[in-house]
Design a protein around this ligand. Structure first.
Ligand SMILES: [Zn+2]
Length: 888
């Protein structure tokens, strides 16, 4: 699955989650995969080999009737058969044509147990039954998704979302990933509907008003990857490497999939080569689901996407185009890592998700060099490191004892972003060709089967002749990451040597159990030197490090998932050379310095001094980090006497960039430069820059008269500035713009801008709008994001809006609602209400199993409150000192 790749507020809405779970401590190293010993609740003595599943959904009644025939292998003689079911009633249950003695289904256990009149012998048997089931209203199992198309017409499609444990909601099955089998799906739906599944259509029979379609039998695969979509849909197609590629959308919108179709051709060719194993299905469809869920799901041969992550129109921005490419690259990587080779049990969900995230970033960077993709991914890494610098963080790999809790109890910033960063660090250490060769061995060895982390380390170890498992263990099996401290010395000849030491980095609190890592460092001495790899294995270790006086980085290229702190003289030398350092080394220095400030280990002035050295340099990621740090301090000073002075200071830091870039894009600019322009203007508008506010208002007036007056990419920035400074008349204009949105891309953009309004009475109106029926059903999930957006300027209002409407706001979030409530709500609403009140409310709204998530959310909330006190004091001191200094 994939989450939306956008800024932190969207990261919190990363709803396309995988799985993981809550064990209090890190897991022990796992064995290579074996079906016999793979964890699971279902017995291994009766296993499914092949399913024929025929469904007849009644979309209006939200019910489903089905017939199922399963070829079983009895590996032991026995008289019970146990499998998963949920909300299904089975009838006419027979083994080898004879009725079974009893059928007991428990929705609480999500299990059905059949008892046979006589024990069945070892060998093949055939189980058959009919059943009645449900069509869901939210994104799990087979679900109905209503929508309103751009012409205002109402429609509905059926689609599926099974990961992790919801295939059992559409058909009774062995719903654990180690039980691979082949599937032949048949569906009877209205004759005018298009139908899509994992495999191409084998045959179709038209009746009076319905048609029955049978799809070709799949390869051996886990249940959670089975897919079915039906509705008034149409597609466009192309071929790549002999595979038919399709993009499906609600009829009339399929042409908006042209970019996605071209992307898929490119990515498929690249992956066929990289994995050394050709994509094994005859076709690969990408399906744009209107609404439904917020991310995408890698069903084998039939990937489903929220349509906002697949279709592009004239209303789309560069960020939309980047999201489409990178999410496709993620889901298509899963066709190998996840689908062809599946984790043995949910403990190793990171094998699916970290790998697909890392591979997608590599592919996106390769095919879009102007996007500087890895620099942008540094933001995702920093988000993971913030989460992982909590005492309550958890290991990437954790034991899952109850798969029903799989989705609730994990943190996507760890499973996706930390895992991606750790794989990138390992790839850099082993070398990209060696790493790829190891992946090829892994694919060949485990194709059409399952694997554990240990299998991956063994494959990488085989080609690299290194003990990869020993290096990886500390990163995968324990929470957190190290702070590497660097102390330099010079000899008489000017040669530098360094002493490296490590301890766990925490934003607050202390390491409950002293941790240790094997750290693959990349050491660069001199601004232009090539980095040297060094494995830090001891608690303290010496190494040569170039010549004295040269700048020094022990995280060259910002590739490492660790922080570094340098002795004062080395830091002074790095600062002196700051303008000449490679971008990524500067990014690493800024990232670490800001983290050390937040942890109270460095003064705020040390970070601000580095920020001031940027001048008019135009590196987007460096500025992105600096402005978000300035935004944090500005936020923390609101309502205090120094707020205005700090806003003026913050404006002075970004003014050189704004002067260099102006308002209008030039043809030869990279997307990064354009994004930087918009982000700096947005900050200046938020920080009260009068000329910027006036220009935004002027441009908005032109836009009200002519919707082509502002480029799609600039609309969110201009409308946001207008909203923050809006009076009642401007608010009404913004609302009118939102109501007239031509499509969902515009709708989300305009309504989110409206939520940035500051004036309390207008904000109260905005809150009512976010809850109103003027938002169409396919955008229901966006309402929660609107409430989160309100929080920035009107926290108390946003809190009462959330708590007063929590059921309606969380319903579209499906099974991720408990995670959002338990963990993200405290992180977002930390300054909206007293924390004991927030904690009490959260506890009352999630199951008791979410205690670890609540602890993580509350630790972040308490940290932010403490940081606010520390940063506002530090900023006051800084401004006081500055007041006496000469003007710059
Ligand atoms: Zn994924």
């Amino acid at each position: 699955m994939h989450s939306m790749h956008t800024r932190p507020i969207a990261v919190t809405l990363a709803l396309a989650l995988g799985a993981g779970a809550a064990a209090p401590a890190g897991a022990a190293a796992v064995a290579p995969f074996s079906f016999e010993t793979a964890y699971g609740r279902l017995p291994k003595d009766v296993v499914p080999l092949d399913y024929s599943v025929a469904i007849t959904p009644d979309a209006a009644a939200r019910t489903l009737s089905g017939k199922e025939t399963i070829h079983l292998d009895f590996r032991k003689a026995g008289s019970t058969i146990r499998f998963n079911s949920l909300n299904e009633t089975l009838s006419d249950v027979r083994l080898d044509g004879k009725p079974v003695q009893s059928v007991v289904s428990s929705d609480e256990q999500q299990l059905t147990t059949l008892t046979l009149a006589r024990a069945a012998p070892i060998g093949p048997h055939t189980l058959s039954f009919s059943y009645q089931g449900k069509i869901e209203s939210g994104p799990r199992g087979l679900f109905a998704q209503p929508y309103v198309d751009p012409s205002g017409a109402k429609g509905m499609i059926l689609s599926t979302k099974f990961e992790s444990t919801d295939a059992r909601r559409m058909f009774p099955c062995w719903d654990e990933p180690a039980f691979r089998a082949t599937f032949e799906l048949t569906a009877t739906v209205p004759a005018e509907w298009a139908v899509i599944s994992n495999m191409p259509v084998a045959r179709r029979v038209v009746h009076a008003k319905t048609a029955t379609t049978t799809f070709r039998r799949t390869p051996k695969m886990p249940t959670y990857l089975v897919e079915f979509t039906g509705g008034d849909m149409a597609r466009i197609t192309a071929r790549s490497d002999g595979i038919e590629l399709g993009v499906w959308a609600v009829r009339g919108q399929e042409q908006d999939g042209r970019v996605a179709l071209a992307n898929a051709q490119q990515i498929l060719a690249d992956y066929n080569d990289y994995f050394g194993f050709r994509y094994p299905l005859p076709k690969l469809d990408s399906i744009a689901v209107p609404g439904g869920f917020s991310g995408a799901m890698e069903n084998w041969g039939a990937i489903t996407y929220n349509d906002q992550l697949l279709l592009l129109t004239a209303s789309s921005t560069i960020r939309n185009r980047q999201a489409v490419f990178s999410v496709q690259a993620h889901e298509m990587a899963h066709q190998w890592n996840g689908d062809l080779v599946t984790m043995g049990w949910w403990d190793d969900i990171w094998l699916n998700e970290s790998f697909a995230s890392w591979r997608a970033a590599k592919e996106t960077d390769l095919r879009n060099p102007a996007w500087n993709w890895w620099e942008g991914e540094d933001e995702a890494k920093e988000n993971a490191m913030s989460a992982d610098a909590r005492v309550t963080s958890h290991a990437i790999q954790q034991h899952v004892t109850d798969e029903l809790q799989v989705t609730n109890a994990f943190d996507p910033s760890i499973t996706y972003n930390k895992g991606q960063a750790v794989l990138r660090m390992l790839e850099a250490y082993l070398g990209p060709d060696v790493f790829r060769d190891g992946i090829r061995v892994f694919m060949r060895t485990h194709a059409y089967s399952n694997a554990t982390s240990t299998d991956l380390w063994n494959a990488l170890g085989k080609v690299s002749a290194r003990d990869v498992g020993a290096i990886a263990a500390g990163w995968i099996e324990q929470p957190g990451f190290p702070l590497v401290s660097v102390t330099a010395r010079c000899d008489a000849a000017g040669q530098r040597s360094i002493t490296l030491a490590q301890q766990r980095f925490l934003l607050q609190g202390s390491d409950p159990a002293p941790s240790h890592w094997t750290v693959p460092l990349q050491i660069r001495s001199g601004a232009a030197g090539a980095p040297q790899a060094l494995l830090l294995t001891a608690a303290s270790q010496d190494a040569p490090a170039g010549r004295c006086g040269e700048p020094l980085s022990v995280n060259a290229g910002a590739i490492g998932y660790y922080r570094a702190t340098y002795d004062p003289e080395t830091l002074r030398q790095d600062a002196a050379a700051f303008g000449t350092l490679p971008h990524a080394d500067r990014i690493a220095l800024l990232d670490d310095e800001w983290a050390l400030v937040q942890a109270g280990r460095e003064p705020l002035t040390a970070f601000l001094a580095l920020a001031a050295l940027m001048g008019s340099d135009l590196d987007e990621r460096c500025w992105n980090l600096i402005t978000s740090a300035l935004e944090t301090v500005e936020h923390d000073l609101r309502g205090k006497p120094d707020h205005e002075a700090f806003e003026a200071y913050a404006r002075s830091i970004v003014a050189p960039v704004s002067s260099a870039l102006g308002w209008d894009a030039r043809a030869d600019e990279t997307p990064g430069i354009q994004t930087l322009r918009r982000s700096v203007l947005a900050d200046l508008g938020a920080w009260g820059d009068a000329p910027v506010i006036a220009e935004a208002r002027k441009r908005f007036a032109a836009f009200v008269a002519d919707r082509h007056a502002i480029a799609a990419d600039d609309q969110a920035m201009v409308l946001g500035i207008v909203a923050q400074n809006a009076d009642a008349a401007a608010f009404e204009q913004l609302h009118a713009v939102a109501r007239s949105a031509a499509n969902e891309t515009e709708l989300r953009r305009y309504y989110l801008a409206l939520m940035q309004v500051r004036e309390p009475a207008l904000a109260a109106q905005a809150a009512q709008i976010a809850l109103s029926p003027e938002i169409p059903p396919q955008a229901n999930a966006a309402r929660l994001r609107m409430v989160f957006r309100l929080e920035d300027r009107n926290p108390a209002l946003a809190w009462t809006t959330l708590t007063g409407n929590v059921d309606a706001l969380m319903l579209p979030q499906g099974r991720y609602a408990p995670l959002i409530t338990a963990q993200y709500c405290p992180e977002i609403f930390w300054d909206a209400a007293p924390l004991d009140q927030v904690e009490g409310w959260v506890k009352a709204h999630v199951p008791a199993q979410m205690a670890d998530n609540i602890a993580r959310g509350m630790e972040s909330a308490r940290f932010k409150l403490a940081r606010k006190a520390a940063l506002s004091d530090a900023a006051a001191l800084f401004l006081n000192d500055r007041h006496g200094a000469p003007a710059n």
